[in-house]
Design a protein around this ligand. Structure first.
Ligand SMILES: [Zn+2]
Length: 209
């Protein structure tokens, strides 16, 4: 088994005790066991998900102090595709911060999509993705703390105007970041977000209407 080492790497003493308690001993390490992939943003196609999982939000840090959401999560009829993140206005060169403690899983450039992007894995079970950055400020396998600078805002990849494309995913499944982070008010929405498989549609968890 390589899962534990690969999940948090050698420096990874950080454990989210609250998350472990909430989930009756099931940890993100169990869920992601053997799934450490440093080249693909989305390696989780057929990974089974638990019926429910508590995600501890309390260690959060806002990825940017910007309060301006420029595009919401959801279907974009104009492009006939889903927008699986939230766009937040930032200027090129603005610092982008890690949303939670974690480890940088993917630090790459994707010319036709995310541009310069970073995927962080967190011990609360989430992964967060930061796209269109002008510069990376971390490397693959880096251990980061919530609030550490991980990149600079930009306009790289498939992007029209500088902004941060921010995704929150659970075992690859996109959760509307607006269910977790309130950018206009610069705070978290809930301290304990309960992922429920029954809330998932087309591989996404969107706000209940
Ligand atoms: Zn976007």
């Amino acid at each position: 088994m390589v899962s534990l080492d690969n999940f948090m790497n050698d420096n990874g003493k950080i454990k989210n005790q609250k998350s472990i308690n909430l989930n009756n001993g099931v940890t993100a390490e169990h869920l992601y066991a053997g799934l450490w992939n440093t080249t693909l943003a989305h390696p989780y196609k057929n990974v089974a998900k638990p019926d429910s999982f508590h995600i501890d939000m309390t260690g959060f840090h806002m990825p940017t102090p910007s309060r301006k959401v420029t595009s919401n999560f959801g279907y974009r009829p104009k492009f006939k595709r889903y927008h699986k993140g939230l766009d937040i206005k930032v200027n090129t060169g603005d610092t982008i911060y890690a949303a939670f403690d974690g480890v940088a899983r993917v630090v790459r450039y994707d010319a036709n999509g995310y541009g310069n992007y970073v995927v962080l894995r967190h011990e609360n079970g989430l992964e967060t993705i930061y796209g269109h950055m002008s510069k990376h400020l971390c490397k693959t396998d880096d251990v980061v703390k919530a609030g550490d600078p991980i990149g600079l805002g930009g306009n790289t990849g498939r992007s029209f105007g500088s902004h941060l494309h921010f995704e929150t995913r659970f075992l690859g499944e996109a959760i509307d970041p607006a269910l977790l982070f309130d950018f206009p008010n610069q705070t978290n929405v809930v301290d304990d977000f309960v992922y429920k498989k029954s809330d998932s549609h087309d591989g996404m968890v969107t706000a209940r209407k």
